[in-house]
Design a protein around this ligand. Structure first.
Ligand SMILES: O=c1nc[nH]c2c1ncn2[C@H]1C[C@H](O)[C@@H](COP(=O)(O)OP(=O)(O)OP(=O)(O)O)O1
Ligand SMILES: [Mg+2]
Length: 220
């Protein structure tokens, strides 16, 4: 008998306005036969992310999109947690890229992280550890929520390397790999497809849990 929590999804509304993130969710959903649309594509408003946890902001985004559209929505709230910076930029990872005149510049944001590490004398690899965190929230228009968390451990490198991916990918080298996320094609950054036992990126790790717990994808 199927798990009673298992849902059949033909279309999933990704509650995001970040094109890089939406592309990754579309990629991850592709092999499952799920079409992805997004809050950006539907022209839904971008809610303010006022929470101080990834879970709180993920819930805000998923509930806003589900209520506005009447569809089941999946959000991702994510960020970079750097040990030497006592967890910064954390839930403020996107804010570190925000320009005073509006818009975002991740080149500047990566430089800010590097400046903060240098200011603390964190030049050795062992002092530059951190992780990307992704919390996915599935929400219904009625207000039900469930959460899936994934983390990817690694080190912050300088200078940035690679032009693939988005955001801070060029300065993050996951443990056990020689290339940064910015040097990895999407399939390699995810490191997961249905039926595979392991995943690499924070988002793919969270998505694997979502797929196994909610979509009936076999856990391996
Ligand atoms: O895989 C990643 N590779 C590189 N950088 C990443 C990644 N995952 C999150 N990040 C950084 C950039 C992003 O701007 C911020 C999350 O902020 P976050 O508010 O969750 O996303 P967002 O504002 O870009 O899009 P939205 O809120 O519409 O989903 O962390
Ligand atoms: Mg955001």
């Amino acid at each position: 008998m199927p798990d009673p929590l298992t849902v059949t999804l033909t279309t999933l509304l990704v509650a995001s306005h970040n094109a890089g993130k939406i592309a990754e969710m579309r990629d991850l959903c592709g092999p499952l036969g799920i079409e992805v649309t997004s809050a950006a594509e539907l022209g839904l408003p971008e809610p303010e992310e006022t929470g101080d946890t990834f879970e709180a902001n993920a819930a805000t985004k998923a509930l806003a999109a589900a209520r506005a559209s009447g569809l089941i929505a999946l959000s991702d709230d994510s960020g970079l947690v750097v040990d030497a910076l006592v967890g910064a930029p954390g839930v403020y990872t996107a804010d570190w890229a925000t320009l005073p005149e509006g818009g975002r510049d991740f080149g500047i944001a990566m430089q800010k992280v590097e400046d903060a590490l240098k200011a603390r004398g964190a030049l050795e690899e062992s002092q530059r550890t951190g992780r990307f965190v992704s919390v996915l929230c599935l929400a219904t228009p009625e207000g039900d929520t469930s959460f899936y968390r994934g983390e990817a451990e690694g080190v912050l490198v300088w200078p940035p390397r690679g032009t693939l991916g988005f955001g801070y990918d060029p300065v993050f080298r996951p443990d056990g790999h020689t290339r940064t996320f910015g040097e990895m094609p999407a399939e390699e950054k995810h490191g997961w497809k249905p039926g595979q036992a392991t995943a690499l990126s924070h988002r793919a790790r969270a998505f694997k849990l979502f797929a196994e717990q909610r979509l009936g994808v076999a856990a391996t």
